[in-house]
Design a protein around this ligand. Structure first.
Ligand code: G3P
Length: 216
């Protein structure tokens, strides 16, 4: 499973890239707004740090304007993936952008049929928001599993990008069911490598080694 970082914060992107764990980055209008900086500047900086797909979302409401925005975003860097919302207009824009060879991440997917519609329109990625489904008492990862089975049934190349990840168990379960990508907030990504038994185990090894007064 690929790990994308779900952030537009440059210092988070730098740290996570330094850990060698980041295959790509996703942003959304809320994350961009939080930076308080011009989006083009932020997007170019992220693309310079991470050599992988970087999603940036259109904000128009009709397909023609989304297409225009998407083309503009794609011109900023070859790794830019245009994010379109899972609405009729967003899917029209997805089809048009995909036909022009521009990669699209269809976002805000909440049902397997919405995801199937995105795949039919040529989306490179579709993003189910699992945490938000869990929040309303539904089964976010169950929806991902159904989507993966449907895509496999028909051989759709669209990758399922698990979004709205809230904890490491979401990640483990997403990997178990074969999700292609998970986009992960910085706080959750930083927990991936930690375990108290790893840390206490190493402390003990090093204390025993220091007692021997040897050097390697
Ligand atoms: O990638 C989508 C993500 O940013 C939304 O997460 O936690 O706001 O549902 P959340």
């Amino acid at each position: 499973m690929k790990f994308f970082l779900d952030s537009a914060d440059i210092s988070e992107v730098k740290q996570a890239a330094d850990w060698g764990l980041v295959d790509g980055v996703t942003t959304n209008p809320s994350l961009m707004a939080k930076t308080g900086r011009p989006y083009q500047e932020v997007l170019r900086e992220i693309c310079a740090i991470v050599d992988g797909p970087v999603s940036c979302e259109v904000v128009a409401s009709d397909a023609a304007a989304m297409l225009e925005e998407g083309e503009k975003l794609a011109r900023l860097h070859p790794n830019v993936v245009v994010k379109c919302p899972l609405l009729v207009e967003g899917l029209k824009a997805t089809r048009a952008l995909s036909r022009r060879g521009i990669k699209v991440n269809v976002t805000l997917a909440f049902t397997p049929l919405q995801a199937l519609a995105a795949a039919k329109c040529g989306a490179t990625y579709v993003s189910p928001f699992i945490g938000r489904l869990d929040d309303i008492g539904q089964d976010g990862l169950g929806m991902v599993a159904q989507t993966l089975r449907i895509f496999a049934n028909y051989g759709y190349p669209t990758q399922v990008l698990v979004a709205s990840v809230r904890n490491v168990s979401h990640l483990v379960r997403a990997a178990e069911i074969g999700a292609h990508v998970a986009t992960i907030p910085f706080g959750v990504l930083s927990q991936v490598l930690h375990h108290p038994l790893t840390e206490s185990g190493l402390e003990r090894f090093l204390a025993d080694w220091r007692a021997t007064k040897q050097k390697i």
